[in-house]
Structure formats: C-alpha cells, structure tokens
Design a protein around this ligand. Structure first.
Ligand code: PFF
Ligand code: NA
Length: 454
C-alpha cells in the first residue's frame, strides 16, 4: 500500500513499546511515589489507574496508529483536519523531554564508570548534581558544563541517532531486542543481590506497609494517574507512532495488555530492589528506613553512590550494574521520544528519514547542551515538572475528550481493534475513556491550576 516502514516481528514491536515505557520513571520515580502515597495501600489506586486509564489509553493509541498509519499529527489530522495541532503539541512535549532526558542518561553513563573507581564527589559531576541539588550554580560558573558530562552526552546522542538512522526494523527493533532482555536480566541480578543485604527486610516492610488512610486523599489518586501516564509513555505521541509501523494483522489489545503489565512488573521489581537497598543503608547508619527514603535524581545520584560505597563485596560491579541499567532503560525511552518527533517532521515536510534524524535529533542534541551546564541544571527540574503536570495530563485530557466526545470515534476504533485482536473490547473500555478518565484528568487539571493561581 505504501512504503511505510514496518516492524519485523510481533516481539519486536512489543519490546520497543516496553522499551519506551520502561525508563527512569520506573526505577527512580515509582518507588518513592508509592512510598509517599500510602505504601502498600498505594497499589489500590495504582491498579485502578492502570486498568481504567493506562491500558485503555494504550489500546486507544495503538488502534489510532494502526488504523491511520501515521505519527500523531498525521493520524489525528486523518481523523479530523483541525486536530493536527493536538498531535504537534504532543510532539513538542516529546521534543522538550528529549533535551533533558538525554542529559540524565549521560550522568548515569558517567556514574557507571565512577562506580569502578568508587570515587564520587571528588570535584567531579557529583558535587554539582548533589551538593544542595539545584542550587548548584555559582555566579560565574553558570555557563560552563557540568564536569564529565560532555563525552557521555555525545555518546548518548551518537548511539541514539545511529539507531534511528538505521530505521525502524534494523535500528529501533534490533536495539530493543538486545537492550530490553539485557535490562531485565541485569536488573533481576541487582534486585536479588539487594534482597540478600542486611536490613533488606526492614526496607521492604517500610515499602509495603499499607497506610489505608491515604487512599481517601485525592492527591494520592492524582499521583497514581500521573505515574501511570508518565510511565506508560501515553499522551506523548509515542505509542501512536510506534503502532503506525505495525503490519495489518496485529493483535492490538493483547499487545497493550502485555506492555502495560510488563511496565508495572518492572516498577514493582524496582520498588522491591530500591527499598531493599534503602533498608540496608538505614541498617548501616542505625536509623529507621524513613530517614533515608528519597527518589529521583537524589536517589540515583546521591543515595545510591553511598549505598554502593558501603556494599559488603563487589561494590564496583554492583554500582556499575545499577547505573548501566539506568542507561539501558533511559536509552530505549529516548529512542522512542526522538522517533516521535522525527516521524512527525518527516511526514509533514516529506523529507527523508536521514534528514529528519539529522536535523531534528541534531537540534535536540544542541539544546541538551544547555541542560548540561551548571545554570541549565536549575531549569531541568522545573521543566520536567511543568511538562509532566501540565503538558501531559492536558494532552491526555484533550485526546480522550476529542475521540470520545468530539469525533465520537470510540465505536469505529473498537471495531477496528476487535477485528484483529483476540481479546474483544467490552463496554468497560468505552466507559473508562469517555467517563472515568476525563473526570479524573479534569479534576487533576483543575487542582493544578488552582494550586498555581491561588
Ligand atoms: N515512560 C518512561 C519512563 O517511565 O521513564 C518515560 C518516558 C518515555 C516519558 C518517553 C516520556 C516519553 F516520551
Ligand atoms: Na515507565
């Protein structure tokens, strides 16, 4: 029909979708979020969000991409001319994310090397990242690069763009077929090792202890939905783009379930591993576990180096594995983020893939240099928060309202998915997308705006 690139195998597509979903969000975001929002009790809102928003939206995006065979702007435009901007908005979000996500991968890369030397914070990157995180830039140093970040940043971009250059099947699919199995095996090794540390049980107790009072709080549900959206890479134009490369006969619904559950499994595993390690650290310091809990950049680049230093044996290797897993998880997500906007540009301006990769990827790489400076570091957190809280939730809200209420496409899309999938979609799918998800996202946005304005 056309010469659109295609995945070679079903596993190739599923691994690429999992590669996009499983990222830094699973490893450093989920454990802390779960702990802060009720521990064991958080699993209730989390599962609810996964089943009512995560997987239904994944099915929606897979079906849109498969049916309309275009990246988000083109697919949305094929549904209705005036909807193209919605796709570009998602593409713009993806572009912004790529400019700083790449910098975090670069840090992880340099930390995997630091692990072997066990030297953190001797005047290198760590001082800038950690010592009073985000208040690091001294006057006069604002424009200079964080030490040690340039080479790994260049490597990150060269690898990513080389994979994208090679195309969907020979590049993205092949890379994910290697990276994702490797990530799972290495990560399992780390988690099992962490579980055998002294104090690990205390960490797990702290993580799983349910605080049932929390589930009455709206912000806990908001946190669960936020985690699911970011973690499954939905409303980022990515899953539409990836599924637009599916062959005609593809089981959409089943693939969505596999992707959703695989991503959540990695989150659960990360929670167990991270809290086992935090339990160990609390044990070493003779303090309760809640004194050492953290997440995000601090967890990965401040707390983990400390844990690695105190490791009973083979600490260099353990440290290397941990940061290497971050690199693998991050790279497979970055590839999907960049693919999203180069696909959009390629289709819009009818240019070759190589040109789109060079220009689009090159531009993002150039901007990423800003976040690699000491001044840029200050903006990384702010940008990330803004993008996640407003960009994504709002894009997701528009997307579901548009398809469910404006163009009323849920029935035709359901027919499309059902015709090629084993699992047939029930009424639950439509109810989730047309009622539950819009209400929750609308409530989220309302809360966020009120918070800003008042
Ligand atoms: N889903 C990825 C994670 O959990 O880390 C993050 C992510 C990937 C966010 C791709 C955005 C994106 F476009
Ligand atoms: Na994820």
């Amino acid at each position: 029909m056309d010469n659109r690139p295609q995945w070679g195998t079903r596993a190739g597509f599923v691994l690429a979708a999992i590669g996009s979903a499983v990222g830094l969000g699973n490893i450093w975001r989920f454990p802390g979020t779960a702990y802060d929002n009720g521990g064991g009790a958080f699993f209730l809102p989390y599962l609810f969000a996964l089943l009512t928003a995560g997987i239904p939206l994944l099915i929606l995006e897979f079906t849109i991409g498969h049916k309309h065979r275009g990246s988000a702007p083109l697919s949305f435009a094929r549904v209705r001319r005036g909807a193209e901007w919605m796709g570009w908005w998602q593409v713009a979000i993806a572009f912004v994310i790529s400019t700083y996500y790449s910098v975090i991968i670069a840090w992880a890369m340099s930390y995997s090397v630091f692990s072997f030397k066990l030297s953190w914070g001797q005047g290198d990157t760590v001082n800038f990242l950690v010592s009073d995180y985000l208040k690091v830039a001294k006057a006069g140093e604002i424009g200079s690069l964080v030490p040690g970040v340039l080479i790994p940043l260049i490597i990150t971009w060269v690898v990513t763009l080389a994979i994208l250059f090679a195309g969907v099947k020979k590049g993205i699919e092949k890379a994910n077929k290697i990276m994702i199995p490797a990530l799972v095996v290495l990560f399992l090794i780390i988690v099992v090792r962490a579980l055998t540390l002294e104090g690990a049980v205390d960490g797990l107790n702290a993580f799983f202890k349910p605080n049932w009072d929390m589930i009455a709080k709206p912000q806990v549900w908001v946190a669960a939905y936020g985690q699911i959206f970011f973690s499954l890479s939905i409303a980022f134009a990515i899953m539409v783009t990836y599924s637009s490369y599916l062959p005609k006969k593809s089981d959409i619904t089943n693939n969505a379930f596999i992707t959703g559950f695989a991503n959540s499994s990695v989150e659960l595993l990360a929670g167990i591993g991270v809290f086992a390690a935090l339990g160990f650290m609390a044990h070493q310091q003779g303090v309760p576990v809640d004194k050492v809990v953290s997440s995000g950049v601090i967890l990965a680049f401040a707390v983990f180096p400390e844990i690695i230093n105190q490791f009973p044996a083979l600490n260099g290797l353990f440290g290397f594995l941990f940061f290497f897993c971050l690199v693998l998880a991050g790279l497979s997500s970055l590839i999907s983020i960049v693919e999203t906007f180069i696909a959009g540009v390629q289709e819009k301006f009818n240019v070759s893939r190589k040109l789109a990769v060079s220009v689009g990827g090159g531009l993002s790489a150039l901007i990423s240099l800003f976040f690699a400076t000491q001044g840029g570091l200050n903006f990384l957190d702010v940008t990330d928060e803004f993008i996640n809280q407003f960009g994504v939730a709002l894009a997701g809200l528009f997307e579901v309202v548009f398809f469910a209420w404006f163009v009323k496409q849920l029935n035709p899309l359901k027919q499309h998915a059902d015709a090629i999938s084993d699992i047939k979609l029930g009424a639950w799918w439509k109810i989730c997308l047309s009622v539950i998800t819009p209400i929750v996202l609308g409530y989220m946005m309302y809360g966020k705006f009120k918070e800003r304005i008042v």
